[in-house]
Design a protein. Structure first.
Length: 526
């Protein structure tokens, strides 16, 4: 019997007869462990999980789930199924969570749904599994600034990541097109910067004249953090600066290099010239924002953006030149580096670590920063050689806003060609020596939302490619597409049972295809 687990465990042995779980299952474990199982198994499977101490019958019942300590690395686990029930061992909570996600995949496909199937049996095969992750950072990034995602759907998306043993959810909260984080000291960020008057893709003659926006309250985000933590996921927030700040400067133009120039939240996509004027006053504002951010997010890692920051306004500004001189910098081009180093120290004083896109090392090394390499792998290799820890996030093959096939019926995307076969063939350690392996924290897929106007479209672009990326992140290396395909087809069925708008491997459903203003854009030949 092929189990088709995603990610595939390190060791799987089928042992003979399995077990059919009763509707009420006693659990031998601590109260916290029982609650973890309830959190992860309480919806689709329809199980009622009770502490064995409270269960009726001799010894709490004959079929049980037993949880114990085992000799495993962090995140590793053992899982055994036999006629007496299920036995899980792990060294820590993350291992227990990973084991339960594997247990869920051993269940019938319908158990992946959001509600139990009436009168259906939960039969598990007899197996012994030993498993552990190779990479510590198994991340997915979501841009909620270009197109806003409703808060309730974010919780559903976290569940989908957890089902794949993803343990980092990188939440991109600010952009030129919208600001999504409530900052109580600066209310205009949500009153003004959180919405735009319309949206225009570059090939459209005009924008759609439909206001678009939204933001998350601090309490909503606190609950998101707790919800994710309960599922073994750390939410890493990103406030992008000193570029990509048009929305911020629409609300507070006094912090811009042009000192009060009136602008509006951007309606279209691209790289814009607006940057922060990095005086002490502006830096104070930044620190205020991050102070409130740290009060909401408990992540060790805090992302400060740093990508695609033009120098045009600084180079044309006498005030910027004077500021660079006063800070002892060789030119205005080093203002971003100065800010990055300042925030690195500021965050370190508060027990946090700075993460930035790979542009943060363009001027010079930034010791202690975590570098997220998106412009290919070369910046990441350079950062590793300099002693930085790195998350590899190269556009090819980990930008999931790129087209999934060459079909002309694919819905409008930003470009590229990135089928799942390219994702599963990715080798995160390419170019990294054995001595450097410890500097690679992990890998991360990106979902930029310029052309993802709805959460259904996010799901379509994310899955099944997130499934392939999760496999690479877990095993720490590539897999042959033909060897992975049977497991991926099974995972697609599980996601369909859950109601996810997943793209079938054999091509998009008719209702998933592009059309009208969202038809695939084919540039005119010169």
């Amino acid at each position: 019997m092929a189990l088709h687990l995603v990610p595939c465990p390190q060791s799987v042995h089928e042992t003979g007869p399995g077990v059919t779980l009763p509707p009420i299952v006693p659990v031998v474990g601590t109260a916290e462990e029982v609650q973890t199982l309830r959190t992860l198994l309480g919806e689709g499977p329809g199980l009622t999980l009770v502490s064995a101490d409270d269960a009726p019958g001799p010894d709490g019942g004959s079929i049980m789930i037993r949880i114990g300590h085992g000799d495993h690395v962090s995140g590793g686990y053992g899982l055994a199924v036999d006629p007496s029930g299920v036995t899980i061992t792990s060294a820590d909570r993350s291992g227990l969570i990973n084991a339960v996600q594997t247990l869920r995949q051993l269940m019938p496909t319908w158990a992946y749904g959001l509600a139990p199937l009436p009168d259906a049996e939960l039969t598990l095969p007899g197996v012994e599994i030993t498993d552990a992750p190779e990479l510590a950072w198994r991340g997915v990034h979501l841009d909620v600034a270009r197109h806003f995602a409703p808060f309730g759907w974010l919780l559903q998306f976290v569940d989908l990541l957890a089902l794949h043993k993803i343990n980092i959810f990188h939440l991109h909260l600010t952009e030129d097109q919208g600001w999504r984080f409530e900052v109580k000291k600066y209310p205009k960020l949500t009153e003004i910067a959180s919405w735009r008057h319309g949206t225009r893709n570059p090939e459209w003659d005009t924008d759609d004249q439909v206001p678009h926006g939204g933001y998350y309250t601090q309490d909503q985000l606190r609950s998101l953090v707790a919800y994710a933590n309960a599922r073994g996921i750390t939410v890493v927030p990103e406030i992008d600066l000193p570029g990509h700040v048009v929305a911020l400067l629409t609300a507070y133009p006094e912090y811009g290099e042009l000192h009060g120039n009136e602008i509006e939240v951007q309606r279209t996509w691209g790289i814009f010239h607006e940057v922060l004027h990095l005086t002490d006053s502006t830096v104070g504002m930044i620190e205020d924002v991050f102070t409130e951010l740290l009060d909401v997010f408990d992540s060790e890692w805090i992302h400060v953006g740093g990508d695609e920051c033009p120098r045009t306004q600084w180079r044309n500004s006498e005030a910027a030149q004077r500021l660079a001189d006063s800070r002892g910098l060789p030119s205005v081009d080093h203002l971003q580096k100065w800010l990055t180093e300042h925030l690195r120290g500021w965050l370190a004083e508060r027990g946090r670590r700075l993460v930035g896109w790979d542009e943060i090392i363009d001027e010079a090394e930034v010791p202690g920063a975590v570098v997220m390499s998106w412009r290919g792998t070369e910046p990441g290799l350079r950062a590793i050689a300099a002693g930085n820890e790195v998350v590899m996030a190269p556009g090819d093959p980990l930008y999931f806003d790129h087209y999934q096939s060459d079909e002309v019926t694919e819905p409008r995307a930003i470009g590229g060609h990135l089928p799942w076969e390219k994702v599963i063939a990715y080798d995160p350690f390419a170019g990294i020596t054995d001595a450097q392996r410890g500097s690679l924290l992990g890998i991360q897929a990106q979902l930029w939302s310029e052309y993802l106007p709805s959460t259904r479209q996010v799901e379509y672009m994310a899955f099944p490619r997130v499934s392939a990326m999760a496999e690479v992140a877990w095993r720490g290396g590539p897999m042959r597409p033909d060897a992975f395909e049977p497991a991926l087809r099974a995972q697609v069925e599980r996601l369909e049972a859950r109601g996810v708008n997943v793209r079938p491997l054999d091509g998009a459903h008719p209702w998933q295809q592009g059309g009208g203003r969202y038809a695939r854009h084919i540039p005119e030949q010169a």
